[in-house]
Design a protein around this ligand. Sequence first.
Ligand SMILES: C[S@@+](CC[C@H](N)C(=O)[O-])C[C@H]1O[C@@H](n2cnc3c(N)ncnc32)[C@H](O)[C@@H]1O
Length: 257
Amino acid sequence: MDADELKLLCELFEGTPRQGPGSVETTRRALGLVPGFSRVERVLDLGCGTGGSTLVLAKDTGAHVTAVDIHPPFLAALRVHAEKRGLGDRITTVAADMADAASLGADFDLIWAEGSAYSIGFVNALRAWRPLLRAGGCLVVTELVWFVDEPAERARAFFASEYPDMRDEATRIDQARSAGYELIASFRLPAEDWHAYYAGVEAPLRDAIAQHGELPIYAATRLEREIYEACGEDYGYLCLVLQVGGRSGARPAAERQ
Ligand SMILES: C[S@@+](CC[C@H](N)C(=O)[O-])C[C@H]1O[C@@H](n2cnc3c(N)ncnc32)[C@H](O)[C@@H]1O
């Protein structure tokens, strides 16, 4: 995808609540699995988009959330949502490349990455982000995986070009362990999260086609949905709740100021 196509694709999602499958309920479910989640103080949300997860994290934990995305218009939308909900002073938006770990800070209690790790490579992301967590800190990541050994040919062919590094659940869990994390919990995102994601982009896609005509990027977006509707039982998002070694749970009282 070239830069112009990526820009048009991002524009489709600037007004949608999520830029990938996910939901408030799923974010809350994952957060509830993080040891000591209600006491976390420093959270980093990587590839936050317009903040579907960021707003839940800020509201439900009372932590300060640093929300990072490479596409500034998503961050502008997030700031509007945060102000409306009275969360503006607890969310800092940063336009940055999440591959550039050194620029993102350190000593986080919790790193969150819904649907974004793939863009810098799953294993690479997990390795690069681990030093940003304090001992006992957690990483929550959602990742597109195969649910079956022999997926439908249509899905296999589509993802062979769209996401050649797609793996199965067991492989991603093994890779997380090899990257130095302990698996606390995992679950599959529900089909409702996919339906909401595709429903959200319907109107923006119609408007974009009316404005720019039938571009390949729009056809690809529709094809992705058709493939999900035909073969969506063969693949989906896996949510992993991971922890690095050391003290578990929230930041000890002595470190809280
Ligand atoms: C599939 S969307 C998920 C967005 C959001 N987490 C959600 O669940 O709705 C992936 C997000 O990662 C961002 N992204 C992709 N590559 C990135 C990078 N290298 N650095 C920072 N953000 C990136 C995209 O702009 C996009 O907002």
